[in-house]
Design a binder for this molecule. Sequence first.
Ligand SMILES: Nc1ncnc2c1ncn2[C@@H]1O[C@H](COP(=O)(O)OP(=O)(O)OP(=O)(O)O)[C@@H](O)[C@H]1O
Length: 316
Amino acid sequence: MLELREISFAYSDRKVIDAISLRLPQGAHLAVIGESGCGKSTLLKLIYGLYDLDQGEIHYDDEPVLGPKFNLIPGMDFMKYLAQDFDLMPFITVAENVGKYLSNIYKDKKQARVQELLELVEMTEYAHVKAQFLSGGQQQRVALARVLALEPKVLLLDEPFSQIDTFRRNNLRRNLFKHLKAHNITCIFATHDSTDILSFADQVAVMKQGQIIRQDTPHGLYQNPQTYEIASLLGEVSEIPERFLDDPGSSKTVLLFPDQLQTTAQSRLQPTVVKSYYNGSGYLVEAVYEKGKVFFENPHFLEAGTVVSLVRKTTR
Ligand SMILES: Nc1ncnc2c1ncn2[C@@H]1O[C@H](COP(=O)(O)OP(=O)(O)OP(=O)(O)O)[C@@H](O)[C@H]1O
């Protein structure tokens, strides 16, 4: 169990982390989301023990996580942290980077482990290439393999797939999170990517100005984001007065993602199409009505100027 108890931290006099508490059971995957500058990276660094807390405590299985004031080499042994800069050694090979912290006593074992990790991140063919000759995305994959090498109990990843192209990214995150579950490794990852959040997290922590303002499962968050601010971290969202949907007498509004709306023969919500954006499986349609913009998914292209009737899809 990883536990944060009311932790606070300021870089100088401005509080960046404000009384955050969190409990994460072993093997759980937590996505940390929030707009740029809200404190995600700082939170990961504090959990790793790179800075001293101003207030509060961090414990892992009742062992305190200590900052540099109390720890000669900052960073706890049982954790690994992958920063946004990958910190590879440029003049040694990919394989040497991955195996850098592995013992040399059992050479065969070390080689097999490096090979296994390079397969996981699909970098086997670059094993003997020096890190300085890799692209940003390739460096990120090698850096991921390196933090896994010593089998940490807790893995902290700061936007781990940000530089990796879509094709590799999909495969890589499936491989990575499967590996982490198989080895019961706790993972906390900061991300802006909605697929990372929805498909790979067990829990999501939403941060705002140094605080966790919401913690929920991806499903709970998507079905009931509660605020426009939170919903917009997961994708395009429309805030629609309920009187246009199911309840003519309501004065409330509801937040709906594009896949939660569909066209129908006749309804109270009748926006005019502005533009249809092809997205592979169909179209994301932007439309306007008297209360503003609405986005919905449609299997076919709709001409600008078309008036449609929309209803809420029944919840899945
Ligand atoms: N070393 C530092 N010294 C002083 N201020 C810092 C330092 N690092 C970050 N900050 C400030 O602390 C705040 C939180 O930064 P942090 O990098 O944790 O945010 P973030 O949510 O990870 O952002 P992003 O999504 O852009 O990576 C920001 O206002 C940032 O400018």
